[in-house]
Design a protein around this ligand. Structure first.
Ligand SMILES: Nc1nc2c(c(=O)[nH]1)N[C@H]1C(S)=C(S)[C@@H](COP(=O)(O)OP(=O)(O)OC[C@H]3O[C@@H](n4cnc5c(=O)[nH]c(N)nc54)[C@H](O)[C@@H]3O)O[C@H]1N2
Ligand SMILES: Nc1nc2c(c(=O)[nH]1)N[C@H]1C(S)=C(S)[C@@H](COP(=O)(O)OP(=O)(O)OC[C@H]3O[C@@H](n4cnc5c(=O)[nH]c(N)nc54)[C@H](O)[C@@H]3O)O[C@H]1N2
Ligand SMILES: [Mo]
Length: 782
């Protein structure tokens, strides 16, 4: 395929490699946090900003969705949260003069890292049809341009409205309302690329597509299984919760093809033990699983639980390993599942997992020794063809022991973006529940469209095929985050108009439709002042929902990056009025002026949000109801929690090929690259690395330090290549390899998606490594 997009940095990439670390966080992490902050925003602003992170009167960290404890520590942030804050609170600026100096063709030749480093966007800018440079545009004209293109469409379904998970509840609610008044359910979001598989699996089995544990359950668990997740980098504050659980006597099993340092030993920067002594060893048992082997592992564990049950074993608390009362009273499909699990042989499990039967026995002993089991997971489980059956398998495994709706036990999908869960609760979903649409209809007096809309993959196909012509995004970096980069970029370029509401410059701004707009917006850290009920000017707050269904307020304090910025809420309201005109009876102006009015409406539409505005003002916010967790009630099709007994599968890899997973380094937030180091894994100064087991590398004739091209092999016959990766001999599971996203998104076929959830299979790509003709010369000039 021709013309590789420069999402990576081949020029400046010159990775240096040392062995991976054996612990994570510690004092060094605080040093890194403060240094990044000071580089971007100076000493005083760093101190002022970081002290406000995740405090009851401060802003919600724009990093991950991990919940805050009831009494937050003064430094309730982590190194990577600090980097996320510094990226937003940076003093660097992208002004109209910057655009005048950098035509789009110039920007399109830059790396994503370089684009992000230029700073905050200050003014709305417009790329006219045929023009080569973005020019300043008034907000008025920007909205009328969007209105012009949207109203010219043959059908509202020719527009796509994307959301990334940083958008507040208030903005998200209004955005979906606008899209539906306009007439479409085309509301794809980053969740489609992320935890959609969790949502699909949990909705079908438990009736609620969210996790069933609260922070306190984690603290009280006897056994925590962390599968397919790297919290040391992506959810560092989770390590404090795991440490606390360990102090209370919990055991931890880590399931991962990589020995991630954060799960090995945690040096808590908030304690003396963490800073001065050796830290806490977190993992009791490390299962170095083959990529995609998790369904097999949980089925094999279930068989052992059943065997122990049949043999009359008892847990330390005197319970039988299968919670018969719970199973009889609350579940459906047990007999069939038990039969399937009993028939599941170790030979098959060993082949799929790459583990020995003895290792699985050891894990089963820990399960049988626990009264309360929690399973946590993230992208290592959701981005496979069989992701949904894998997560259903976890549910079945937990149901056996009655570990749902029991304090200290449950399912814990750990979400990514800080409000990705809230956006879905607010109706950002291409397949909305009829009850949600009924409630919208009743409250706002219009007939919402009932046809399902496009998810991310379907939106790309629609753009590619000319079925969608306008692409509008609130946040995110659609072209870099999506699969099959070249296909996605070509699809975007076919659009009539592409619009991005953004804080920072990214690749999606420079791969445009015929016309393009960049609309700069306030970030979480910034003061958001609106007229208020009396028109005199009041600071607004917004709300977010964390990974455990706790909704709370977020208040920015910093002066906005530029006077020309509008809040996301204001942008959506003005856009809605420009597009819908007086035909819309929704009081958009009132909503923009006073966010409490939006919360009043959310309270009347979304279950669990009664008295929303008042409860959001309480310190710590409030917890949404969750029927399985609170009352062991399962609103599924059968009215019970469902066991699933389908076949166990795993990725099949031909001889001489590897199974590549695409993951995050320690120095990035999704497509935002903070720097070129992956400290814990021992990689510095570059991102084009591919981690391979020394045994596999030897078989392929690739020395450590050699350069190779990664070539994807998928049954559509298209050759997808990512060239010039430094081979790193690394202790990953045999037959597996790992490389960073988004550089490797060129390798993910658009049509290779998870069954049911349609999430791209970014964690299981069959590839071959071809020795590269020449190595890449280091260039430190950047
Ligand atoms: N600093 C920082 N924080 C972030 C993000 C970020 O980019 N940077 N991103 C945010 C977002 S949107 C998300 S979704 C989360 C992502 O959080 P994670 O899911 O932790 O992110 P990944 O880097 O994709 O890591 C996947 C992990 O799963 C393992 N894995 C891969 N394949 C398999 C498998 O088949 N089985 C098992 N058992 N393990 C496997 C990998 O080795 C790796 O440890 O983090 C959020 N927080
Ligand atoms: N190969 C591969 N691909 C993946 C993944 C993977 O593991 N492997 N992971 C997937 C996952 S889990 C996810 S969640 C997606 C992420 O997909 P996205 O959410 O689309 O991407 P991000 O990189 O998080 O978006 C970063 C941009 O968001 C904008 N932004 C930041 N803060 C704000 C704000 O407050 N408001 C607004 N309006 N804009 C803001 C900035 O302009 C920034 O450039 O990528 C997915 N893609
Ligand atoms: Mo995500």
């Amino acid at each position: 395929m021709a013309g590789k997009p420069p999402v990576g940095d081949p020029v400046q990439d010159a990775p240096e490699v040392t062995p991976p670390q054996e612990s994570a966080v510690g004092a060094a992490a605080i040093g890194h946090a403060l240094r990044t902050g000071q580089e971007q925003m100076g000493v005083r602003r760093t101190a002022r900003t970081l002290l406000r992170v995740n405090q009851h009167d401060g802003f919600d960290c724009p990093g991950c969705a991990w919940p805050e404890p009831d009494r937050p520590h003064t430094f309730e942030f982590c190194e990577n949260g600090a980097k996320a804050v510094a990226e937003e609170a940076t003093l660097r600026r992208v002004t109209p003069a910057f655009f005048a100096a950098h035509p789009v063709a110039d920007l399109a030749g830059r790396s994503g890292y370089w684009l992000g480093q230029q700073g905050r966007l200050t003014h709305p800018v417009y790329l006219a049809e045929g023009a080569d440079t973005y020019e300043p545009v008034s907000w008025e004209r920007a909205f009328s341009l969007v209105a012009e293109e949207l109203t010219a469409l043959g059908s509202p379904d020719e527009a796509v409205f994307y959301t990334s998970g940083r958008t507040s509840n208030e903005a998200a609610f209004l955005y979906q309302l606008f899209a539906r008044e306009f007439g479409t359910n085309n509301l794809p979001d980053c969740s489609n690329l992320c935890h959609e598989s969790s949502g699909s699996a949990l909705t079908e089995t438990l009736g609620v597509g969210k996790g069933s544990v609260l922070l306190d359950d984690l603290h009280r668990a006897d056994l925590i299984i962390v599968a397919g997740q790297n919290p040391g980098t992506n959810h560092p504050r989770m390590l404090s919760a795991l440490e606390r659980a360990k102090d209370n006597g919990a055991r931890i099993v880590t399931v991962n093809p990589l020995p991630e340092p954060g799960m090995v030993r945690f040096k808590n920067p908030q304690t003396v033990r963490g800073l001065a002594r050796g830290g806490t060893p977190l993992t009791d048992l490390f299962l170095q699983i083959r990529v995609g082997g998790d369904q097999a592992l949980f089925r094999a564990l279930a068989r052992r639980v059943l065997d122990a049950h049949d043999a009359g074993a008892r847990t330390p608390g005197g319970r039988s390993p299968v919670d018969e009362e719970f199973v009889a009273e609350h579940t459906h499909g047990y007999e069939e599942y038990a039969a399937a699990a009993r028939a599941y042989g170790d030979a098959e499990a060993e082949r799929a997992t790459g583990l020995t039967a003895a290792e699985i026995d050891r894990a089963a002993e820990l399960v049988l020794g626990a009264e309360k089991v929690v399973v946590c997971w993230a992208m290592g489980l959701t981005q496979h063809k069989h992701a949904v059956p894998t997560i259903k398998e976890i549910v079945s495994f937990l149901l056996l022991g009655g570990h749902v709706g029991r304090p200290g036990a449950g399912v814990c999908p750990v979400r990514g973006h800080s409000n990705v869960q809230g956006d879905r609760t607010m109706g950002i979903f291409e397949r909305p529940a009829p009850a949600f649409l009924d409630a919208l209809e009743k409250e706002f007096g219009f007939a919402p469209p009932r046809r399902h809309g496009y998810d991310v993959v379907r939106a790309i196909r629609a753009l590619r095929d000319g079925d969608a012509k306008v692409f509008f995004a609130v946040g995110g970096n659609f072209v870099a985050a999506s699969p099959d980069t070249e296909v996605t970029e070509a699809a975007m370029r076919r659009a009539r108009l592409t619009v991005h509401v953004s804080t920072k410059l990214n690749r999606s701004h420079v791969v445009t439709g015929a016309r393009a707009l960049i609309l700069p917006t306030l970030g979480r850290t910034e003061r958001d002042r609106q007229p208020g009920p009396d028109g005199r000017g009041h600071d607004q707050f917004v709300t977010v929902e964390d990974s455990m269904g706790v909704v709370h307020a977020s208040r920015g304090r910093l002066a906005p990056a530029s006077d020309a910025l509008l809040s996301e809420v204001a942008i959506v309201c003005r856009l809605a009025r420009a597009v819908l005109g007086e035909a819309s009876a929704t009081p958009w102006e009132e909503f923009a002026g006073d966010y409490a009015r939006i919360r009043d409406r959310i309270a009347r539409v979304v279950p669990g949000f009664e008295d929303f505005d008042a409860r959001a003002r309480r310190p710590g916010g409030f917890t949404l109801p969750h029927a399985p967790r609170d009352e062991r009630r399962f609103p599924t099709a059968t009215g019970r929690a469902n066991f699933t007994s389908g076949p166990v599968t795993c990725p099949e890899v031909p001889e001489g090929r590897l199974l590549l997973q695409t993951l995050r380094s320690h120095d990035q937030y999704n497509t935002t690259i903070y720097g070129l180091d992956d400290r814990y894994r021992g990689v510095r100064g570059g991102r084009r690395v591919v981690l391979v087991h020394p045994g596999d590398a030897a078989a392929l004739g690739l020395a450590d330090g050699a350069y190779a091209d990664i070539v994807g092999e998928w049954h559509d016959g298209v050759e997808r290549r990512a060239d010039g990766f430094r081979v790193v001999h690394y202790p990953t599971a045999r037959g597996c390899a790992a490389a960073y996203y988004p550089e490797t998104n060129v390798l993910v076929p658009l049509d290779s998606t998870a069954d049911t959830s349609n999430t791209p299979t970014s964690k299981s790509l069959v590839v071959r490594l071809e020795p590269a003709a020449s190595t890449v010369e280091p260039d430190t000039t950047v």
